[in-house]
Design a protein around this ligand. Structure first.
Ligand code: SF4
Length: 462
């Protein structure tokens, strides 16, 4: 069986990441690997072939993109689309659909968290992938024709089919090893990596938390066994890859799997790596183990200076834990990226300024200032549609704030744009900050990665 995975070109060659749970334009020069596709290749049989065309990473123009598709073998087409550039992606999808009209076609993308887009796309494809770890490619191959609408694991095949839920109960997953070698394009970059060449590993997909402003709250956690992950790490080491992004939304939440992985990483591997680390998962032992296993950077969702106020969005975090992580990671010499959200519904401009001032005072290495956005599947979007601020077909919103900002009752679009820009400039152009980063540079390659990201970020802010 030949499976073709496709990402279309982005308008103006923007660096747009397309995933099942979210999509956005990157804030600097980086571009994540297509992690959902990487995961899917772990479900192929050895005799299956996987082909991959990425019009965004390879900056293909429409003619070159079409030509690459035309040259590819394909028994099943899997096509990624984004809410950020929906109109453009949809045109490329329709074109590909005509080229491969006689094979089963499946799509993925954050936009399909919205029922109206699910209904529309299901008229033109065989299903929407919402769980990349549960696919059965042999059944997918039989989809076209009279099996239209049949049930398939991990795939929405009928309008009205219910599949989203949230919860902390893990779903245990058994999968093989992904074909990392297929996704080693030079254009993929991870902003906190110490090496240009990296790959992405997932030990838990989905999220056990339920923050209502985040689309991941729709996906319950799928957890891999530590044995499967350790086999994958050995495979990656044998490919000569030294840097990892562990893409779990909250690494370490299921410690019965995370601890053996960390022990083995310390004993048998020498990876440099980064991951998301949720404050509620923090305890001193796990952070020490992560550090010993090669973790150099943690990404921590702080979100606001007023953490208790986030309870209204079902985000329950103990501020003491945030202080403890930051102090501990600094003692260990790890780098910290803190995520912040500006302009949540309850916030005034003064609240946003408080969050920016708070970020400036923290001993952290990177600050990611995101704009509260009506992401598909989020509560913010439901309210925006209800109030008439959004309508079907009008997309282009993301947390980077460049595509579009919806504002709130108390903060206008212009004010939020200005505050976000000021936040980046104030944070990244402090001499004390630049000295801190220089002290943490691990090699000339690391310095090059960092300089390219910094210059690109400043250019985008301008
Ligand atoms: S913990 Fe992070 S990924 Fe999970 S729902 Fe909350 S904001 Fe989203």
């Amino acid at each position: 069986m030949d499976v073709l995975f496709v990402i279309p070109p982005s308008p103006e060659h923007k660096l747009i990441i397309r995933m099942i749970d979210c999509s956005y334009e990157t804030k600097a020069n980086y571009l994540w690997q297509p992690n959902d596709f990487i995961i899917m290749t772990s479900l192929l049989n050895e005799s299956d072939n996987a082909f991959f065309v990425d019009g965004t990473a390879d900056q293909l123009d429409p003619v070159a993109f079409r030509e690459q598709l035309r040259k590819s073998r394909c028994d099943i087409l899997v096509f990624a689309l984004s809410s950020v550039c929906w109109e453009s992606d949809y045109r490329f999808f329709q074109d590909a659909g005509k080229m491969f009209h006689d094979v089963p076609i499946f799509v993925l993308g954050d936009i399909f968290l919205e029922d109206s887009y699910r209904q529309q796309i299901l008229m033109e494809c065989d299903g929407i992938i919402y769980n990349p770890f549960q696919l059965d490619f042999a059944s997918m191959l039989l989809m076209p024709g009279n099996r239209k609408g049949a049930s398939l694991p991990g795939i929405c095949t009928r309008p009205g089919q219910r599949f989203f839920e949230s919860g902390t109960q893990p779903i245990r997953i058994t999968a093989g090893t992904p074909r990392h070698e297929l996704f080693m394009k030079r254009r993929y970059r991870f902003p906190f990596a110490r090496h240009f060449r990296f790959t992405t590993v997932t030990t838990m997909w989905g999220c056990p938390f339920s923050c209502t402003y985040c689309t991941d709250s729709n996906f319950p956690p799928l957890v891999r066994s530590h044995g499967d992950v350790i086999r994958e790490l050995a495979y990656i080491r044998d490919l000569g890859i030294k840097e990892l992004f562990i893409a779990d939304k909250a690494f370490g939440f299921f410690s019965s799997e995370a601890v053996p992985i960390l022990e083995e990483m310390t004993k048998s591997f020498r990876f440099a790596w980064s991951c998301y680390f949720h404050p509620q998962v923090y305890n001193a032992r796990i952070l020490e183990m992560m550090h010993a296993a090669g973790c150099h950077t943690i990404i921590v969702g702080i979100d606001s200076a007023n953490v208790p106020a986030l309870r209204r969005y079902k985000r329950v975090v103990d501020p003491i834990k945030i202080d403890a992580i930051i102090a501990h990671a600094n003692r260990l010499g790890m780098s910290i990226c803190a995520d912040f959200i500006l302009g949540l519904e309850h916030e005034t401009a003064r609240d946003v300024k408080r969050t920016i001032d708070y970020a400036l005072k923290l001993p952290i290495d990177y600050a990611s200032f995101n704009v509260a956005a009506p992401l598909p599947g989020s509560d913010i979007r439901k309210k925006a549609i209800h109030s008439g601020k959004m309508s079907f077909g009008v997309e282009g919103f993301d947390t980077s704030g460049r595509g579009g900002i919806i504002g709130s009752d108390s903060i206008s679009v212009d004010v939020i744009k200005r505050l976000r820009r000021e936040a980046f400039i104030k944070f990244y152009l402090r001499p004390s900050y630049l000295l801190r980063r220089l002290r943490k540079v691990a090699s000339t390659e690391h310095l090059a990665v960092q300089l390219i990201e910094m210059l690109s970020m400043l250019k985008k802010i301008r």
